[in-house]
Design a protein. Structure first.
Length: 267
């Protein structure tokens, strides 16, 4: 396996870290699907260890896996849309290096967790817009993801997280623009979402609102609401647990459910 780390642009601190399997790994040489993990952290920090663990878990599933260190509030305020542009640049880098990194450029998945889910959901809304292609110095054809994964995502700053106007103002002075459920269209890509109904930090209504918007637009969507579990579960197993409540075998099924859904997309 090859470890890569790439600065995305000179005008942003964003970097992309990747775990690249050799083309010859396995019984026959091949190109692999890729996944870019966008971790949470309330837009204040990147939980590095969790991001690495998630990326390596997807690597074991057969993805060339990456995680994105994106622009946070310590870098600029108001923050948005900078992290969305960071993700667009990351998708562009992955596709531009597809031949060298043994990636099928038509199979690039983006996966967001918590506020990382906010970035990914908004990217899903805006990937084919002129402004994003311009800001990322890319094209909508390149920016198009194959599929989207959202784990306990923030969808809108107006749906219960953050709870105070002061923090929302640090995110954006135009919250309507970054309410992801309000900008869904038929161009959104197939989306798998999951969360816990009693999430005490990011209300489950976030996942529900985005799922409903996707379904209304006729976009392929699958959503799973587990009845119990704290926020930030990640893999929901011992590798990402910080206490007994975050090692939740029932919720940990989400990875198998996602794998089954993703395999079905290929058929």
């Amino acid at each position: 396996m090859q470890l890569i780390s790439k600065r995305l642009t000179t005008d942003s601190p964003a970097t992309l870290t990747g775990y690249i399997q050799n083309r010859s790994d396995g019984p026959t040489p091949k190109n692999w699907p890729a996944i870019i993990v966008v971790p949470g952290g309330s837009y204040t920090h990147i939980p590095q260890a969790q991001a690495e663990t998630l990326a390596l878990a997807f690597n074991r599933l057969g993805f060339q896996s990456f995680y994105l260190n994106y622009t946070t509030l310590s870098d600029q305020s108001p923050l948005l849309p900078a992290p969305i542009v960071d993700l667009a640049r990351a998708v562009t880098v992955v596709k531009q290096n597809a031949a060298d990194w043994a990636i099928d450029p038509n199979q690039v998945v983006i996966a967001g967790f918590s506020v990382g889910g906010h970035i990914v959901a908004l990217y899903n809304d805006y990937w084919n817009t002129d402004w994003l292609a311009r800001d990322a110095q890319s094209t909508s054809t390149i920016l198009r993801p194959q599929a989207v994964l959202l784990g306990y995502p923030v969808i809108s700053p107006q749906l219960g997280f953050p709870k105070d106007a002061e923090t929302i103002a640090k995110w954006t002075d135009t919250p309507e623009r970054f309410a992801a459920e309000k900008h869904v269209s038929k161009t959104n890509r197939p989306t798998f979402s999951w969360g816990t109904v009693d999430d005490p930090i990011v209300p489950a209504v976030n996942t529900g609102a985005y799922t409903a918007a996707l379904a209304t637009a006729g976009v392929d969507v699958e959503a799973h609401f587990f009845h119990h579990g704290p926020h930030g579960l990640a893999l929901a197993d011992a590798t990402t647990a910080w206490d007994a409540t975050s090692n939740n075998p029932h919720v940990a099924h989400w990875m198998t459910l996602f794998s089954e859904w993703y395999a079905d997309l290929q058929s």
